[in-house]
Design a protein around this ligand. Structure first.
Ligand code: 13P
Ligand code: 13P
Ligand code: MG
Ligand code: MG
Ligand code: MG
Length: 364
C-alpha cells in the first residue's frame, strides 16, 4: 500500500504584526488533525510553524489532492482563523481567499506540497518550511540537492543516483510547465530556474519515475490580484537509498542565498536556516527563514522529527545571513534590496505610482 505525505500551509494570523503564529492557533490545528486521525482520514500528523505560517504535515493512504485530507486542513485553518479574529491577531485569515470549500484546497490561498510513494524498507522524508519568501526560493537548493555534484557526492559516487533526475518546472506567469532531464539538459534547466519569480521547480523524479521532491508553487498575489503577503513555500524531499543523503539535502542551505520576500514581500534578502524555536522573522520582518524537519516514514507513521538546522554547524550561515542583512538593508528603498519594478506590480507600489502618472510630460 502506498503512503501519501501532504504538507499544507497557511498564514492565518500572527503576533505581533507578521512575526509568529499564535500557539493557540497551532493547538486548534492540532485538535482538528487529531479528530481526523481518530476518524481514519489521517495516519499521522505533525503541526509546525515558520514565522507566521502554520505547516500541517500529514500522512495518509488516500493519494494526492484527496478531498477529505484537503478539507481537514481547510477546517483546521478556518477554525483557527475564528480564534485569530477574536484575538485580533495580525492578518487573521490572511491566506484564506475563500470561505467555501469545493473539493480541493488548491487555488484557495494555502500552499500545498504532496507526494505518494511505496515505502522503502527505510524511508527518510524531509520537510522544509519557509517564511518571508516565495516558491522560487527553493529553486537553488533543490537544484543543488538533485543536480549539483559539488553538493551531492552521491551523483558521482553512488550508482543509484548516477543517472540523475527529472525536474518539472512551472511557468507561474503563463501557466505552462516543462520537464527537463539532468544532467543532460542542465544548462536549459538553469536558464529557466534562475528566474525565480517566474520559473519554479514543482517536482523532481528519479529517471524511473519515482517521486523525489515536491514543492508548493501557489502564488497568492497572482491568485488574489492584490498584495496579501508572500507565498511562503514548503517542500517535501525524500532522502537516502537512491536519493541524496540527509546531509546532502541540508547542505545547500549552508549558503544563505538571496531570495525575494522579507519586508512587505518587496525586498531581496538572505535565506537564514533556523531551528523551529528560532523561526521568528523579526528584523525588518525577516530576514527570510527556512526550517527543516527530518522524519522517517514507517507504515504511514511520522517518526521524528529531527530539527535539521538545530546544529551549530549552521551558526556561520546564520551569522553570514545577519551580516548580509545589515549590508543590503543600507540600500533602503533602492534596488537590488527593493525588488525590481516587474515584481513590484504585485505589491502596494502601483497605488503610489498611479498618483504620479498625471505629473509626467513628454520629453520631446
Ligand atoms: P554512519 O557510519 O554514521 O552510519 O554514516 C554513514 C554515511 O554514509 C554518512 O553519510
Ligand atoms: P507574510 O507573507 O509572512 O505574511 O509577510 C507579509 C509581509 O508583508 C511582511 O512584511
Ligand atoms: Mg503574515
Ligand atoms: Mg508568512
Ligand atoms: Mg505569506
Amino acid at each position: 500500500m502506498k503512503t501519501t505525505v501532504s504538507v499544507i500551509k497557511a498564514d492565518i494570523g500572527s503576533v505581533s504584526g507578521h512575526c509568529v503564529a499564535h500557539p493557540e492557533l497551532m493547538d486548534i490545528c492540532d485538535e482538528v488533525l487529531n479528530e481526523a486521525l481518530e476518524t481514519g482520514i489521517l495516519k499521522d500528523y505533525y503541526v509546525s510553524r515558520c514565522g507566521d505560517d502554520i505547516d500541517l504535515i500529514m500522512t495518509h493512504d488516500k493519494g494526492e489532492e484527496n478531498e477529505e485530507v484537503h478539507k481537514t486542513a481547510y477546517d483546521a485553518f478556518m477554525k483557527a482563523t475564528a480564534r485569530a479574529r477574536e484575538l485580533k491577531l495580525y492578518g487573521a485569515g490572511q491566506d484564506l481567499l475563500s470561505d467555501t470549500f469545493s473539493g480541493n484546497i488548491k487555488g484557495m490561498g494555502p500552499g500545498v506540497a504532496e507526494m505518494e510513494f511505496e515505502e522503502r524498507p527505510s524511508d527518510p522524508v524531509l520537510v522544509f518550511c519557509c517564511d518571508k519568501t516565495e516558491p522560487g526560493a527553493f529553486n537553488l537548493p533543490i537544484f543543488r540537492m538533485f543536480a549539483d555534484p559539488f553538493n551531492t557526492a552521491g551523483l558521482v559516487i553512488d550508482p543509484s543516483l548516477h543517472d540523475g533526475f527529472k525536474f518539472e518546472v512551472f511557468d507561474v506567469i503563463e501557466h505552462k510547465k516543462v520537464i527537463l532531464d539532468c544532467p543532460e539538459e542542465m544548462y536549459d534547466l538553469l536558464a529557466l530556474i534562475g528566474s525565480t519569480g517566474r520559473y519554479v521547480i514543482k517536482r523532481v523524479w528519479k529517471k524511473n519515475g519515482e517521486i523525489a521532491a515536491a514543492i508548493s508553487t501557489e502564488r497568492l498575489n497572482l491568485m488574489a490580484g492584490e498584495y496579501v503577503g508572500k507565498d511562503d513555500p514548503v517542500a517535501v524531499v525524500r532522502a537516502q537509498s537512491g536519493f541524496p543523503a540527509n546531509g546532502e539535502c541540508v547542505d545547500p542551505f549552508a549558503f544563505p542565498h538571496m531570495v525575494s520576500g522579507w519586508m512587505r514581500g518587496s525586498h531581496n534578502g538572505p535565506m537564514m536556516p533556523v531551528s523551529e524555536a528560532e523561526a521568528n522573522p523579526i528584523r525588518f520582518d525577516g530576514p527570510p527563514r527556512v526550517v527543516g524537519l527530518g522524519f522517517q516514514v514507517a507504515n504511514g507513521e511520522l517518526v521524528g522529527p529531527v530539527d535539521l538546522f538545530d546544529d551549530p554547524a549552521f551558526d556561520p550561515t546564520r551569522e553570514q545571513a545577519a551580516k548580509i542583512a545589515t549590508y543590503i538593508r543600507r540600500h533602503g528603498p533602492f534596488e537590488p534590496h527593493r525588488l525590481p519594478a516587474e515584481e513590484m506590480e504585485y505589491t502596494s507600489l502601483p497605488g503610489v505610482m498611479s498618483k504620479l502618472e498625471k505629473r509626467f510630460e513628454d520629453m520631446d
